[in-house]
Design a protein around this ligand. Structure first.
Ligand SMILES: [Zn+2]
Length: 207
C-alpha cells in the first residue's frame, strides 16, 4: 500500500440511502464495494454531510419554496433539498453496513447555517476551507481516490476540488451512485473531465 494515497468515502449516510430523506437510487448497493475498496487503503477519510436544523440548503427554510427549486444564495445558485443529514439524527449517521474501522478521519461538512458544502474541501462560498487539504498535505498524501454518494454532487465537487488543491484524483465509478437531477450527472462528468479527474474501475486501480 502506498501511503501517499488516500481513499475519500463520501457521504455514505442513511439519508442518502433508499428510504432516506434524500435517497440516491442504488446507494445501498455500493456499501460492500466501498468496504472492500477501503481495505486496500491505509489512509481513509469518511465524509459526513452534517447540517444544522434550518440549514439554508433545505427548501423548508425558505417560505413558499419547493424542493429542487434553485435559491439565489449570496454565493450563487443553491438547489433546495428536502431536510436531510441533520446533525445528530439517525439520517445523518453512516449506513449500518459501512465497515471501515481503520478510517483515520471523519470530516463533517455543511454545518454552517448559511452555506452549503457539497465538496469535502471548500464550502459553496468557494472560500471557506474544511481543512481537508491541510490534513492530507501534512500526511504527505498527493493522490486521492474518491467513491460514495452522490456522483453528481458531493463526489463530483470533492473530486474537482481535490484537483484544485493539486492532488492526483481518481473516481471509482462502480463505487458511486448519482442523483441525476436535470442533467446533473452528465454535467458532473464533464466538469470532472475538464478538471483532470480520472474515472476508473477498481480493476484499473494500481497498488
Ligand atoms: Zn446536504
Amino acid at each position: 500500500m502506498r501511503d501517499s494515497r488516500a481513499l475519500l468515502v463520501v457521504d455514505m449516510q442513511n439519508d442518502f440511502m433508499p428510504g432516506g430523506a434524500l435517497a440516491v437510487r442504488g446507494g445501498d448497493e455500493i456499501v460492500g464495494t466501498v468496504n472492500r475498496l477501503a481495505g486496500r487503503f491505509a489512509n481513509v477519510v469518511l465524509t459526513q454531510d452534517w447540517h444544522c436544523p434550518g440549514h439554508t440548503s433545505f427548501a423548508s427554510s425558505h417560505p413558499g419554496a419547493t424542493i429542487y427549486d434553485t435559491f439565489d444564495a449570496y454565493y450563487g445558485p443553491q438547489i433546495l433539498w428536502p431536510d436531510h443529514c441533520v446533525m445528530g439524527t439517525h439520517g445523518a449517521g453512516f449506513h449500518a453496513g459501512l465497515d471501515i474501522p481503520h478510517a483515520g478521519l471523519i470530516l463533517r461538512k455543511g454545518y454552517h447555517a448559511a452555506v452549503d458544502s457539497y465538496s469535502a474541501f471548500l464550502e459553496a462560498d468557494r472560500e471557506t476551507r474544511t481543512g481537508l487539504d491541510g490534513w492530507l498535505a501534512s500526511r504527505g498524501i498527493t493522490e486521492v481516490v474518491v467513491c460514495g454518494l452522490a456522483t453528481d454532487f458531493c463526489v463530483g465537487w470533492t473530486a474537482c476540488d481535490a484537483r484544485h488543491f493539486g492532488l492526483a484524483v481518481s473516481v471509482v465509478d462502480e463505487a458511486c451512485r448519482g442523483i441525476d437531477l436535470d442533467g446533473s450527472l452528465a454535467r458532473a462528468h464533464r466538469n470532472m473531465d475538464i478538471a483532470g479527474v480520472d474515472i476508473v474501475t477498481i480493476a484499473q486501480l494500481a497498488g
